[in-house]
Write a protein that binds this ligand. Structure first.
Ligand code: SF4
Length: 332
């Protein structure tokens, strides 16, 4: 479960957040009676959305694709067969210190349990972050395991969102990674850089541009409307720091389940210097069943998308299977 809090205080951490469903509806001029989760269910994974992200939603439109990603719909309480609290088998791979070592050559560190936005389809929405030392900023054990395994060439900072951690902690961690000769690449998986672009500030850019490690930033954007001018400027700053930029999306019912919407997303990303990388089928996490698009339909969408776009703008359709040695690619 996300702890939803930021332990340190920096300017971006004080950015205004909308956390009450009634407030979100009022700001968007939506029907106050729109059905949402009751308080008890909402407590485990509360509403959280930066004010700046709300500003990218269309007022008066309950079908807005950004609104649907954050609205705690009453549909979340419907039981869906085959949906579980640990949809991708993270818990079986979690090692001491918040390290997840599922794939050859790469290790993932849960760098923070917090996120700037709470996405209702999140596959880690039930993840026990509180039990992960790394999510509380103590990365000593994770570093020791990385140092002891020469096969690890790439370290992925994930979460939650790694950019929820302070720059002091991130830069100290990266400095220690740099001291491990077999680590060549640093990858950041972040949604915050787009939903809260002020997070990409001089302190972040300073340590990111200085590290000897090759840098890859994998953004998480699901719809072209998420990239407003401020988000595009943040992406440009990351590029300026020397990061290769990729994007991964989740295929979500009513949000981006058409070739037309996905083509617009790919084109918007590329205009910002970002290559589409993966389009994930929904991880089957409890509460997210209403977002699911079947594999059959997803493949039809991909065929249409490939007909519309040059190959380098077509993301690869993938599914994560618990226990598998790699993601399962469903399209190339
Ligand atoms: S930002 Fe990522 S980790 Fe956080 S809630 Fe959204 S999908 Fe989940």
């Amino acid at each position: 479960m996300h702890d939803g809090s930021f332990p340190e205080s920096a300017a971006w951490q004080r950015a205004p957040m909308v956390t009450r469903p009634a407030e979100l509806l009022a700001q968007l001029g939506l029907d106050a009676g729109l059905e949402g989760l009751d308080f008890e269910r909402l407590r485990d994974f509360p509403l959280r959305v930066p004010q700046g992200f709300v500003a990218r939603m269309r007022p008066g439109d309950p079908a807005d694709p950004l609104f649907l990603q954050v609205w705690p719909s009453a549909r979340e309480s419907a039981d869906a067969a085959g949906f579980s609290s640990d949809a991708v088998g993270d818990l079986a791979s979690l090692k001491a210190g918040g390290l997840i070592h599922k794939y050859q050559g790469r290790a993932l560190v849960i760098a923070s349990g917090a996120c700037a936005v709470h996405c209702r389809y999140c596959f880690r929405r039930h993840f026990p972050y509180g039990e992960s030392l790394a999510s509380r900023g103590n990365w000593r054990q994770a570093l020791a395991q990385i140092a002891a395994d020469p096969s690890i060439e790439e370290v992925i900072l994930s979460g939650g969102d790694p950019l929820s951690a302070s720059d002091d902690k991130l830069s100290a961690f990266v400095a220690q990674l740099e001291g491990i000769p077999h680590v060549l690449r640093l990858r950041l998986h972040t949604r915050t850089a787009v939903v809260l672009p002020e997070r990409v500030d001089p302190a972040l850019l300073d340590w990111l541009s200085r590290t000897r490690l090759q840098k890859v930033v994998v953004l998480h954007v699901n719809h072209a409307n998420e990239i407003d001018a401020a988000a595009a400027a943040a992406i440009e700053r990351l590029r300026g720091a020397g990061a290769a930029l990729l994007n991964q999306s989740v295929l979500l019912r009513r949000v981006n389940d058409s070739a037309q919407i996905l083509a617009a997303l790919s084109e918007r990303l590329f205009a910002c210097g970002v290559l589409p990388y993966y389009l994930h089928l929904l991880d089957r996490v409890q509460g997210a069943g209403h977002f699911e698009v079947s594999q059959f339909e997803a493949l039809q969408i991909m065929t249409e998308l490939a007909a519309r776009l040059p190959g380098y703008l077509v993301p690869r359709l993938a599914r994560e299977t618990p226990g598998a040695p790699a993601k399962t690619l469903l399209s190339w």
